[in-house]
Design a protein around this ligand. Structure first.
Ligand SMILES: [Zn+2]
Length: 282
């Protein structure tokens, strides 16, 4: 993506200086809120999410490598482009787009949804309207998921912003309410529809970027590859050696690719109706 020199979003908080202080303790119960919103990749097996107390961020200076600096600037630029795209699409349909905040953190961070951990992969917290990123995931994608490239990372950010769009449209509250009233297998099916829509919304954003002539050779393929790399079937095969469709929460590789493509080809959020008309959202 041709991004250098373009506008960088200032909706950015750097928590990488560390979280030095612990406040209180006890179980953080709102973690479940995150389950439908995280990226779908848990690189460490089951993360001990219920451990630890609330933490506050200290304003320690951030040390970043040249690679991290570039990735931060790229991430801020991608965020700015999502602000442009969604700001325009919302305005065109008479809606007001509230811009999300991007938070960079290392290892763990206190969020409006409980303790966030790098092992969960990137995630969006609806309670504080923030996208949480540990930049080390960029390398994890490359080495563990074989999904490298800056535009693969752009897809990740656009997917999380997609969850923010769902939050603003009232989709998140409706699907969470439905999930609370049903069994685990059905709740997982709802989760898949939510995630595939976020993939489609990421595609809607990519369509806009493509239309501006900002894509470079291989970018679209990098995003296609990343969407497939985080399919539940592939991740389950890698971690457990078998595939359990009832346990899917994000959709198969084929589904994730198909919905991303749908958004990319249409550039229209209305093409992202994974709920088949059961939720009015646009
Ligand atoms: Zn997601």
């Amino acid at each position: 993506m041709k991004w250098e020199g373009r506008r960088k979003s200032t909706n950015f908080e750097d928590h990488r200086g560390g979280m030095s202080k612990k406040m209180g303790g006890g179980i953080i119960g709102i973690i479940l809120l995150l389950v439908g919103a995280y990226f779908g990749v848990d690189l460490s097996g089951v993360a001990p999410l219920l451990e630890g107390g609330n933490t506050v961020v200290s304003n320690q200076p951030v040390q970043e490598s040249a690679q991290e600096e570039r990735l931060r600037e790229f991430s801020q630029t991608v965020l700015a482009e999502t602000e442009n795209t969604w700001g325009r699409l919302f305005a065109q349909s008479g809606k007001n787009y509230i811009q999300p905040i991007m938070v960079a953190y290392r290892d763990r961070d206190n969020t409006g949804c409980g303790l966030g951990q790098a092992a969960m992969g990137p995630f969006y917290c609806p309670a504080d309207q923030r996208v949480y990123l540990d930049f080390s995931f960029y390398n994890d994608m490359k080495t563990q998921l074989k999904a490298d490239g800056e535009f693969a990372w752009a897809y990740v950010i656009a997917h999380e912003v997609g969850h923010h769009v769902q939050n603003l449209l009232g989709i998140s509250s409706k699907t969470q309410a439905a999930q609370r009233q049903t069994d685990q297998v059905s709740a997982n099916k709802i989760s898949v529809l939510v995630e595939l829509q976020a993939d489609c919304f990421a595609g809607v954003w990519a369509h806009d970027v493509q239309g501006q002539g900002l894509l470079e050779a291989g970018d679209v393929e990098k995003a296609f590859n990343a969407a497939q790399a985080v399919g539940d079937d592939r991740l389950q095969q890698q971690s457990q050696g078998r595939v359990i469709p009832d346990a899917f929460t994000h959709g198969s590789s084929a589904q994730r690719l198909a919905w991303f493509k749908r958004g990319l080809q249409s550039g229209d959020p209305r093409a992202c109706d994974t709920f088949d008309g059961q939720i009015r959202y646009w």
